[in-house]
Design a protein around this ligand. Structure first.
Ligand SMILES: C[S@@+](CC[C@H](N)C(=O)[O-])C[C@H]1O[C@@H](n2cnc3c(N)ncnc32)[C@H](O)[C@@H]1O
Length: 285
C-alpha cells in the first residue's frame, strides 16, 4: 500500500504515517508518530481512492492497546464513520467492533497452527477468547467442543453472533466473565487443551489453566511478552519463566514447541509455548 501511496502524496505527508497498519474487514487503521490528524486525513482519503471496493472506512489509532479488554481508541479519518465490520480468516467470518473488542490479523497464523493440532474428540477451554477467532476456527476445523470465555461483554456478544454466523452453536459455548472464576466454578477438570492468548495475565492465570485440564493431563498454549536482545533469547526467557512456575507447582511437563509470533516493539517479542502436562495431582482437581 505504501508504495502506491508514494505515487500519490508527498513524502512529507506520508512521513506522518507509520508503515504498519491493520486491515480488518473493510476498515483500515493507520498509526501516526505524532497524532497529526490533518496529514493522516490526506493519507486516509488516498487510501479510499486507491481501494474503493476493498476499503470503506479509515481510522487512526489514537491510544495504545489498553485496559483489561485490550482495546484501543480510534479517531475517524475518512469514508463511513462506523467501527463494525466483518473480518474474514480462512473463510471463517468474524463480526467485530474494532474499537470495543480486541482483534488482530497478526494472530492469523497462530489461529491456524493451533487449530491444526486439535483432534475431534478433544474438549478445549479458551481462557481469553475475544470475539471467538481461536474458538470458532478450532470448532470449525476439528469439530471439537470449545468453552470460550471473555470478560468483555461487547466481545462476548460478538462471539455469540460469530458462533451463529459460522454455525458452530452445538460446539462453541460462549461464557462471559473472568476465566479464573469460571474455571473454578464450572470448568474444573474438563479440558484436554487450554488456550491462554493474553500475555498480561498468563503467569497469574497458569494455575487456573492447570485446574481446567483433565486429571490425565493435556496441552496448554501459553502466550507471553518478553523484552530480549533477539528472538532466540525471548523464547529462552519464556521457557525459563514458565518452567520456574511449573516446577514451583510440582507439575510434570514438557515443552513441545515454541516460537516468536511477532515483534511488538524495540527488543520486545510476543512468544507462544506449547506445554504438555502429564497427570495432575489432586490439588488441581
Ligand atoms: C489478546 S485478546 C484475545 C485475542 C483472541 N484470542 C483472538 O485470537 O483474537 C485478550 C482477551 O482477553 C479478555 N480478557 C481480559 N481479562 C480477562 C479475564 N480475566 N478473563 C477472561 N477474559 C479476559 C479481553 O477482553 C480480550 O478480549
Amino acid at each position: 500500500m505504501r508504495l502506491r501511496l508514494k505515487e500519490r502524496i508527498t513524502a512529507t505527508v506520508l512521513a506522518n504515517v507509520y508503515n504498519s497498519y491493520d486491515i480488518i474487514g473493510d476498515i483500515v487503521i493507520i498509526k501516526t508518530p505524532n497524532g497529526d490528524i490533518e496529514n493522516a486525513k490526506k493519507v486516509a482519503t488516498e487510501i479510499l481512492k486507491l481501494y474503493p471496493r476493498m476499503v470503506k472506512a479509515v481510522f487512526m489509532q489514537s491510544s495504545a492497546v489498553q485496559s483489561d479488554f485490550r482495546i484501543r481508541q480510534l479517531t475517524f479519518l475518512a469514508g463511513e464513520n462506523r467501527t463494525i465490520t466483518v473480518y474474514k480468516e480462512y473463510g471463517y467470518l468474524f463480526r467485530v467492533d474494532v474499537e470495543r473488542c480486541y482483534i488482530s490479523p497478526r494472530l492469523l497464523f497462530e489461529h491456524k497452527r493451533i487449530s491444526d493440532l486439535v483432534t475431534p474428540d478433544e474438549v478445549v477451554v479458551n481462557m481469553f477468547s475475544g470475539v471467538g477467532c481461536f474458538s470458532i476456527f478450532i470448532a470449525k476445523s476439528s469439530g471439537s467442543k470449545v468453552y470460550s470465555i471473555d470478560v468483555n461483554p461487547v466481545a462476548c456478544k460478538f462471539m455469540q453472533e460469530n458462533v451463529r454466523l459460522n454455525r458452530v452453536f452445538d460446539r462453541v459455548v460462549p461464557l462471559l466473565g473472568d476465566s479464573k472464576e469460571i474455571i473454578v466454578s464450572q470448568l474444573r477438570g474438563v479440558a484436554d487443551r487450554v488456550l491462554m492468548p493474553l500475555p498480561e495475565l498468563a503467569f497469574e492465570y497458569l494455575p487456573y489453566a492447570l485446574m481446567a485440564l483433565k486429571s490425565s493431563g493435556g496441552w496448554i498454549h501459553f502466550f507471553d511478552f518478553q523484552y530480549a536482545a533477539n528472538r532466540q533469547v525471548a523464547i529462552k526467557e519464556t521457557c525459563r519463566k514458565v518452567a520456574m512456575h511449573l516446577d514451583a507447582l510440582d507439575v510434570d511437563y514438557n515443552f513441545s514447541f515454541s516460537r516468536v509470533i511477532r515483534s511488538v516493539g524495540p527488543c520486545r517479542y510476543q512468544t507462544v509455548l506449547d506445554i504438555y502436562v502429564s497427570e495432575l495431582s489432586s490439588k488441581f482437581l
